[in-house]
Design a protein around this ligand. Structure first.
Ligand code: KG4
Ligand code: ZN
Length: 311
């Protein structure tokens, strides 16, 4: 059994997963409320909160289960936040003389597809859309992937979060827009979908278009049109993502990451393998899952393991 630990952003998470991908426990303590009043994640506030939560979250996930390996997100992410998880993982592995597996957070998102009951087998083309990344990946085996395209500016989740902020909605914004959009008309506003060469993405123009539209609306009308704006904005993001997936021509498609929780995106890709809702946003079960296909570092070499902010 593998203990997974995830602290790269604002979720403090720990999980226990078996070698064959069964989830034994999956604990996620979200800090979203703590950061909501700032309209986004404040890195130093996140680090301090991780420090308070990490021990009880790990304890709850372990719940008496014997584990033989510790896995932890070591990159990419907020450096102070990552360090809390990496330090906890080192201490735990050292105390029990267990091997440690450093995991790439993005590989973790892809590995959310390898957990049971989904247990998706490569090859497939994977859309990874989260708050920090938007990528198309060619996945030939469970140990890795090749990047086919990436965003040139904002990530899709970032576009949702920034859009929600412009509309005066809460943080994190993806879910807020998703809910409000259900009451709006997606054809009310024609927001541009950026077309960049190849399989890359661009979302900054869309955000600017929303900014100008909101700025030009009288305040009382903004309140009345908020749902239409949310629906039209969401439609543009989803269209950009789906168009790129279709441009790959891939027959087997999978979607992972926080934005994979979006109801319109899920409905727009009916034939794709979609990460289960609970495993779309950050969690540690996906990190333990990725560790099944990654190299472990033996004791005591991992004591010098570092967290890295970039991939
Ligand atoms: O994967 P994730 O939890 O963290 C990163 O690795 O970044 O993704 C978080 C992102 C946020 O931007 C959030 O707004 C977005 O996922 N998100 C959604 C939905 N739920 C979460 N975006 C659109 N629709 C949703 N239902
Ligand atoms: Zn993530």
């Amino acid at each position: 059994m593998i203990l997974g630990i995830e602290t790269s952003c604002d979720e403090t998470a720990a999980a226990v997963v078996t070698r064959d991908g069964e989830i034994v426990s999956n604990v996620v303590a979200s800090q979203a409320e703590l950061h909501a009043r700032f309209g986004g994640v404040v890195p130093e506030v996140a680090s301090r909160r991780h420090l308070e939560l990490i021990a009880p979250v790990i304890e709850e996930a372990l719940d008496g289960h014997e584990v033989d390996t510790v896995a932890v997100t070591s990159r990419p992410g907020l450096i102070g936040a990552l360090l809390v998880g990496v330090s906890a993982a080192k201490a735990l592995a050292w105390a029990r003389r267990l091997p440690l597996v450093p995991v790439d957070h993005l590989h973790g998102h892809v590995a959310s597809l390898y957990l049971k009951p989904l247990d998706r087998q490569p090859p497939f083309t994977c859309l990874l859309a989260s708050g920090g990344h938007t990528m198309l990946l060619d996945v030939q085996e469970r140990g890795g992937y090749r990047v086919l395209g990436t965003t040139l500016d904002d990530a899709a989740g970032e576009a949702f979060d920034k859009g929600a902020r412009l509309l005066g909605l809460g943080y994190p914004g993806g879910r807020e827009i998703d809910l409000l959009a259900r009451q709006g008309d997606p054809t009310a506003y024609d927001f541009p979908v950026a077309r960049v060469p190849g399989l890359d993405f661009s979302f900054s123009g869309l955000k600017t278009a929303l900014l100008y539209t909101v700025r030009d609306l009288p305040p009382d009308e903004l309140a009345a049109r908020r749902a239409d704006l949310a629906a039209s904005y969401q439609r543009a993001i989803v269209r950009a993502l789906v168009e790129r997936v279709e441009a790959t021509g891939a027959a087997r498609v999978a979607v992972v990451g926080g934005v994979a929780a979006n109801s319109e995106l899920r409905a727009s890709l009916p034939d794709a393998a979609l990460a289960p809702l609970a495993l779309c946003t950050d969690n540690a079960a996906m990190i333990a899952s990725a560790a099944r296909y990654a190299e472990h570092v033996p004791y005591p070499d991992y004591l010098s393991l570092d967290a890295r902010p970039s991939a």
